[in-house]
Design a protein around this ligand. Structure first.
Ligand code: ZN
Length: 228
């Protein structure tokens, strides 16, 4: 599958996972020829993306293929992928549960399989701004916050996720949002009393989320979302 086709599949998988915020948010895949990133064009929802609604955006945020301007927040993807050459895909969404959970400023606990994605450590949070990541400087700061983690919360805004494959990046975004949703439900019902200790959380991260499981989850979402 080409990088463009992978990016299309990633966007549609995010729609199938319920991460749509009308036309906002985006997944991006590194161009294998080093020209930049394949990212959806502005003005379309995740589920509306096809080959004609994609752009190849250069490392300096210029549109090399496709129509119109790039998303203002393309710097999220450009700067994370520039900083970490081993990564192939990044996701930014305004997933509702992630935004709601981030507002509580409480640690994300490993109370579910999804919650163990972070191995018992809290999820990174981008504190510099709750506004748009619309410059290379802000993109670099967000990349620094993310570090080597699979995903990070962006309080007052959304989430960012990354992976060595489109499958991993999308699933990291999906699992973070699900972990937030599960913890919100538990906290709404009462105080949380049971969660994995560090050893169990670390073991579950490896047991529950190897690459093959991330691939399987992504494939399911692509089937659920339908092909363009
Ligand atoms: Zn955003």
């Amino acid at each position: 599958m080409t990088a463009r086709d992978l990016a299309i599949a990633a966007n549609r998988a995010l729609a199938a996972a319920g991460q749509s915020d009308m036309v906002w948010g985006h997944a991006a895949v590194r161009d294998p020829d080093g020209r930049g990133i394949w990212i959806k064009a502005p003005g379309w929802g995740f589920e509306e993306i096809d080959a004609d609604r994609m752009q190849l955006v250069s490392w300096t945020a210029g549109v090399l293929e496709g129509d119109g301007e790039p998303h203002k927040e393309c710097h999220i993807h450009l700067e994370i992928l520039r900083r970490r050459p081993e990564l192939h895909c990044t996701v930014h969404s305004h997933a509702h549960s992630a935004v709601a959970f981030a507002a509580l400023a409480t640690p994300l606990l490993p109370i579910s399989h999804e919650g163990a994605l972070f191995g018992g450590e809290d999820v990174p949070r981008f504190a510099l701004t709750g506004g748009l990541v619309r410059s290379p400087e802000l993109g670099r700061a967000l990349a620094e916050t993310l570090g080597a983690a699979p995903a990070a919360l962006m309080p007052k805004h959304g989430l960012v996720a990354a992976g060595t494959s489109a499958e991993a990046a999308v699933m990291h975004a999906v699992l973070l949002d699900r972990a937030c949703r599960t913890q919100l439900a538990a906290m709404a019902a009462g105080p949380i009393r049971v969660w994995s200790d560090d050893a169990e959380a670390a073991a579950k991260r490896d047991e529950c989320w190897p690459g093959a499981q991330l691939d399987a989850g992504f494939a399911y979402l692509v089937r659920k979302g339908g092909r363009p």
